[in-house]
Design a protein around this ligand. Sequence first.
Ligand SMILES: C[S@@+](CC[C@H](N)C(=O)[O-])C[C@H]1O[C@@H](n2cnc3c(N)ncnc32)[C@H](O)[C@@H]1O
Length: 257
Amino acid sequence: MLAVQVPRERREFLAINRGAMSSSELPASGSSADEIWLTATWPFVREHLPKPPARVVELGCGEAGGHLAALLSTGFDAVGVDPEAPERPGYRRLAFEDYVPDAALDAVIASLSLHHVADLGTVLDHVYDVLAPGATVVVIEWISECLDEATARWCLHHQVRDSNDSGAWLAGLCREWTESRDSWDVFFQGWLDRHGLHNASTIRQALDARFITTHDSSGPFYFPDLLDADASAEQAAIDAGAIKAGCLRYAGLRAAR
Ligand SMILES: C[S@@+](CC[C@H](N)C(=O)[O-])C[C@H]1O[C@@H](n2cnc3c(N)ncnc32)[C@H](O)[C@@H]1O
């Protein structure tokens, strides 16, 4: 495990922010990174969806199932589509671009999946095609181009979750950086190139070409991987200008053709 001692500045930062971050808001020790992420992002997703029982698909729900359990328990007619989806009712194990719903959808959610898709244009064209006119697209994405050295070091000054934990990834990235002996900029550009991920500005341009924006904001992203900081602590560091926001939150509407 990549455990980093909490430095003095960090202890002071925690003390200063204690009012905004009660102990009950700190990550529960038994929660996985996936669980913390899904719990934190659900209110945004829910706020931008039409009323239940709208027909909703989660594009790239992941092997943990994404927001599908929350969608179903809230009364949505929901399906999770992902080649890695759980082998359970409610999920389809295939690429979204190969999924054909039996009626037009009221909403598509894509949380951290668009940066992974092979052909962004093809996938977003398919999102457009399967949505009813006036339907909603909700996107949560990693602003990878904003993970600069200051932001990476801020993460490293925390206790980073073990990379074997479900959904954890930051420890692996930090370990690769240490082993590379490169500057952050050289290392991270190479890492992005090797992984072939779409950055947030590319995703945003592709969304703008197809949908009408109804919401665009940014916020904390790395906290699920940190054992000693939560979303409010990360937001406070963003507000203080110490780090850059890593999460894009977007909602849009499908216009009529
Ligand atoms: C980081 S996981 C996101 C999981 C979950 N949505 C979340 O917010 O935690 C990205 C997922 O996108 C899926 N994915 C990649 N390309 C896809 C495609 N063309 N169609 C559907 N899912 C895709 C991957 O299989 C992976 O499970």
